[in-house]
Design a binder for this molecule. Structure first.
Ligand code: NAP
Length: 320
């Protein structure tokens, strides 16, 4: 890929990336491989985001001008029983980062958020101007991510030249455990799969998200929330069918037949955390921003990215 020039960057200060070992963190590592800018990746053992003093120590040590926060507590069901920890990682940690970057000349904070900040208040895709919440209707994970967004926005002052980008995304897949991996695994194990058909969203490639992130970090775009998802939408059930069809097309031996992938309602699978049934995020604002940066002439559709991802997975497993 081609890199933004990062002309505003003071080369004595690195870009600091949290969440090195997550799906987005790994994709960011791949993106930065040939970049000339100084970048430091932090894993959990380098900096525990549940500890404010650990974060402050790292900020003091590296004095970054740009922070990319790809770390988060994302186990939505377990989050219901670890509220304090979830809020420390998903709300307090980004607040500390934001308060630091807000006071750095030409500082930039990029943070990821989620469709879980919306509580089915709409049937159509949510835009960045739609009101998130209400808190009382969200899962603990959703509440903590919304609190993180609010804390970031509160930390920045329009009179300063530092900026933040909150990239709300959904249904992320990359290197690591995710829905697509699970479907492929289960499809190799049994003759029938039951998949939720009444939750709709947009699968998002971690690799694509990382590429967008680099562009945003090096841009002169205004601070704000950006919905970062490809075009299109699907349900978990339709996604599962698409994944299986893509795997078969890539010559993978799949035990389960498409007609045996059965649509079910989420109501049949009660879970500790509330999940949105409408996870559609409108990407109009991001598309406009990217086209103004002359970055992407053709905005991707989720289908083409999932197909490519499954093809790569199948090729790797056939080789291995
Ligand atoms: N995955 C999705 O479907 C999805 C959907 C919407 C939004 N998002 C958002 O996208 C972002 C990236 O998600 P992802 O899919 O890349 O998640 P992920 O694969 O779970 O990665 C999250 C990373 O955060 C790290 N982490 C967790 N607790 C930490 C702590 N106390 N201190 C330091 N690091 C800690 C984890 O470290 P370990 O590797 O050591 O566990 C992990 O590497 C998150 O902000 C998430 O909310 C994700």
């Amino acid at each position: 890929m081609s890199y933004p020039s990062f002309e505003f960057l003071d080369n004595t200060k690195p870009i600091l990336v949290f969440g090195r070992d997550g799906q987005v963190g790994k994709a960011l590592q791949a993106c930065f491989t040939d970049s000339k800018v100084p970048v430091v990746f932090m894993g959990r053992t380098d900096c525990d985001l549940s500890s404010e003093s650990s974060i402050r120590e790292v900020l003091d040590r590296f004095q970054p001008q740009v922070i990319i926060n790809a770390a988060a507590y994302i186990d939505v069901d377990q989050a219901e029983v670890e509220r304090e920890l979830v809020f420390a990682i998903n709300a307090r940690a980004p607040q500390v980062m934001a308060q630091y970057i807000a006071n750095i000349a030409h500082g930039v904070l990029i943070h990821y958020s989620t469709d879980y900040v919306f509580a089915d208040t709409k049937k159509m895709a949510y835009s960045e101007t739609d009101t998130a919440g209400p808190m009382s209707e969200l899962s603990t994970y959703g509440q903590s991510k919304l609190a993180g967004e609010n804390a970031i926005q509160d930390a920045f002052d329009v009179t300063q030249d530092s900026r933040y980008f909150i990239m709300r995304t959904s249904w992320v897949y990359g290197e690591g455990d995710n829905f697509i991996h699970t479907i492929l695994r289960l499809a190799g194990e049994g003759d029938q799969l039951k998949v939720v058909a009444d939750q709709v969203g947009v699968p998002t490639s971690a690799q694509w998200l990382a590429e967008i992130t680099l562009r945003m970090a090096g841009s002169e775009l205004e601070s704000g929330i950006y919905h970062a998802v490809p075009d299109g939408e699907t349900s978990w059930h339709s996604l599962a069918l698409f994944v299986i069809q893509s795997a078969v097309a890539a010559k993978s031996v799949i035990q389960v037949k498409s007609e045996n992938i059965l649509p079910v309602s989420a109501a049949n699978y009660p879970s500790p955390a509330k999940r949105p049934s409408n996870s559609r995020l409108s990407n109009t604002k991001l598309k406009k921003a990217l086209s103004e940066m002359a970055f992407i002439s053709e905005y991707p559709h989720w289908g083409e990215q999932v197909e490519m991802y499954v093809r790569d997975l199948v090729r790797t497993s056939l080789r291995g």
